[in-house]
Design a binder for this molecule. Structure first.
Ligand code: HEM
Ligand code: SF4
Length: 579
């Protein structure tokens, strides 16, 4: 287990149970229940009366036993699938109201909870997926995320904030944990031989993204809790509780100005350290590892896994051990695949699997001689393991499928892109490491602001008829120093999006020797090509000439905006296109 549940959780579940009973008997209304269940990480899906629960897993850390446990709970109470989120959590979907409390109690037995999976709370703490195994990291920051989680979820103040509060850790300046794009971001560094962090605050994506600002140039690791708690208290005391559209920490930073924000923060720090030491110090336990890992015999000797290795396997900093990335389409995986995988992993120790920020699974601490055996298990369970890495790394939010704010259907579009590219015979391995991100609206759940190539949904209008369209962005720079959000470059209809991506890749590959990577291309000349392609695809046929343009990918009905808006995990924003 990677974090400790507080004793307060049991009575909180009891209280939620009472509210659900009251709701079912008509004593309280749906909105009263909602105010309590959303901070418990329980959302209503687009279908009324069907719920989703989001399980906290700091840094995507979960033991194989817990993974099996969650999968079995999805079978017992949900729809037999598990969803991996971009905040390294697990979601169980398709829950009826009478299953919500039994699920909570069973999760508790697994040492897991959904508390803080939604609402105005401290959300799941995310971590660079390669932390602990990366040869270039400063040090492993996963234990800090776990210890901080244990401390923060024990504090009732973490559940009543002005808005959601997101924390991230990166193990080096490449910032693969997106520390600069969270409310509080810690980036590992060592100063004078002392392990610690640079701390950034008030970053975030959303519809108005902002890069986090430097708060502390160096704090020793034992101060991680005090710093996070002090920022949380500033947010709690001074944040905007009246207008949730302007409530995230970045709005407070802007409103107060850096100087005032700092002085409030320093006052909270002083109080924490003067009055509450040693309580404010964080005790960090390294993640337990199993040293003698058993050898796993390949089932069929000599399976050819060289291509798979080049795509998905990386050497760890620990001699003789390897990590394996398992690409999971849209982060959705059947419980039977999870159970089979966990059964295989079980033999390898507790710290052998992580949920990644790319909605994939990462195996770690696999000995070299067990790689072929791993390959055989993985390729049988996860179809994208046989495709180029670029396809498996792509991210799309749920979009209008299940999200009331969704304008477009990004998963349908991504699937169409994947089909187009798989038909093409292009050398997609040259795109490895690049991020393709799609969001169904400007809210960034598909993380398009951090994309090498990204799209976010909007409604276009042609001769007064609405059609699904995407804004195109490209060239984000992720890293501690000089990060940049992807630049807006134009628009393309949903229908033409797959062809657009295909043509862009063709252009890159034909000029390839000049660019060290697809990323490099998109940060430079590629932007011009994108603008040119947007122009090329600008004109779409009228409705009478080709109705396909007016149906989104995977939609049965013609594109329209009615019924959108008012999503419950959201601020209820809606974007109507200009005429
Ligand atoms: C104001 C509206 C919203 C904003 C600003 C917003 C912002 C974000 C951002 C920035 C992320 C990326 C991960 C992160 O850094 O935390 C995210 C993820 C996510 N959001 Fe939203 N969101 C909004 C509304 C919604 C709604 C209405 C839904 C419900 C359908 C939703 C569901 C999700 C999910 C499920 C993820 C994880 C992505 C995944 O792995 O599936 N969000 N959101
Ligand atoms: S709010 Fe927008 S970006 Fe977020 S899940 Fe819904 S459609 Fe996707």
């Amino acid at each position: 287990m990677f974090y400790q549940l507080p004793e307060s959780l049991q009575p909180e579940i009891d209280a939620l149970e009472k509210l659900i009973v009251d709701f079912r008997s008509g004593t309280i209304d749906a909105s009263t229940l909602k105010a309590h269940r959303v901070p418990f990480g329980i959302y209503e899906q687009r279908t009324n009366g069907i719920y989703m629960a989001r399980v906290r897993c700091p840094g995507g850390m979960i033991t194989p036993d817990q993974l099996t446990g969650v999968a079995r709970l999805s079978d017992k109470y949900g729809n037999g699938e598990i969803h991996i989120t971009t905040r390294q959590e697990l979601q169980i979907h398709g829950l009826l109201v009478d299953r919500l409390i039994p699920l909570q109690r069973d999760l508790l037995k697994e040492g897991l909870s959904t508390r803080g999976g939604g609402g105005n709370t401290v959300r799941n703490v995310i971590v660079s997926p390669e932390s602990g195994i990366d040869p270039d990291e400063v040090f492993d920051v996963s234990p800090h995320a776990c210890a901080l989680t244990t401390r923060l979820i024990a504090d009732p103040g973490s559940w009543f904030l002005p808005r959601k509060f997101k924390i991230a850790f990166s193990c080096c300046a490449r910032d693969s944990g997106y520390a600069r794009f969270n409310d509080v971001g810690f980036i590992a560094r060592i100063r004078d031989g002392v392990r610690g962090f640079r701390v950034y605050v008030a970053g975030g994506m959303g519809s108005k993204p902002e890069v986090g600002h430097l708060l502390e140039d160096f704090i020793p690791e034992r101060q991680v809790f005090a710093v996070a708690e002090a920022v949380k208290r500033v947010f709690s005391r001074h944040g905007n509780r009246k207008n949730r559209h302007a409530a995230r920490l970045r709005f407070l930073w802007r409103e107060l100005g850096e100087e005032r924000f700092r002085s409030l923060y320093q006052a909270e720090m002083a109080e924490l350290q003067d009055c509450e030491l040693p309580k404010s110090e964080l005790e960090v336990q390294p993640v337990a590892r199993v040293d003698a890992v058993p050898h796993i015999e390949p089932i069929a000797k000599g399976a050819d896994c060289a291509l798979w290795k080049s795509r998905f396997v990386a050497e760890q900093k620990q001699d003789g051990l390897f990590s394996v990335l398992i690409p999971v389409l849209f982060g959705n995986v059947s419980t039977s695949s999870i159970v089979a995988l966990a059964e295989f992993l079980h033999r390898l120790g507790p710290d052998v699997v992580r949920l990644t920020i790319g909605q994939n699974l990462q195996l770690r601490n696999i000995p070299e001689q067990s790689l072929v055996g791993t390959f055989e298990v993985v390729r049988g369970l996860f179809e994208l393991s046989t495709a180029a890495r670029f396809l498996g790394d792509a991210i799309a939010c749920t979009g209008a499928d299940t999200c009331k704010l969704g304008i477009c259907l990004p998963r349908g579009a991504l699937q169409a892109v994947q089909e187009r590219l798989r038909r093409s015979n292009l050398d997609l391995d040259r795109l490895a490491g690049c991020r393709l991100n799609l969001s169904g609206c400007p809210n960034s759940c598909g993380q398009h602001p951090l994309a090498d190539l990204g799209f976010y949904g909007r409604a276009g209008r042609n001769n007064e008829v609405l059609y699904p369209e995407y804004n195109v962005v490209a060239g984000a720079v992720v890293g501690e120093h000089a990060p940049q959000f992807a630049e807006a470059l134009g628009r393309v209809s949903a229908r033409d999006l797959p062809e657009f991506v295909h043509e862009l890749i063709v252009r890159f590959l034909s000029g390839q020797p000049r660019f060290e990577s697809f990323r490099h291309y998109l940060q430079t000349e590629g932007k011009q090509d994108i603008r040119a392609l947007c122009e090329q695809f600008r004109k779409i046929p009228d409705f009478e000439a080709d109705q396909n343009y007016y149906y989104d990918w995977g939609a049965k009905a013609q594109f329209r905006l009615e019924g959108k808006g008012g999503g419950e995990c959201a601020a209820g924003l809606l974007w109507i296109p200009e005429k």
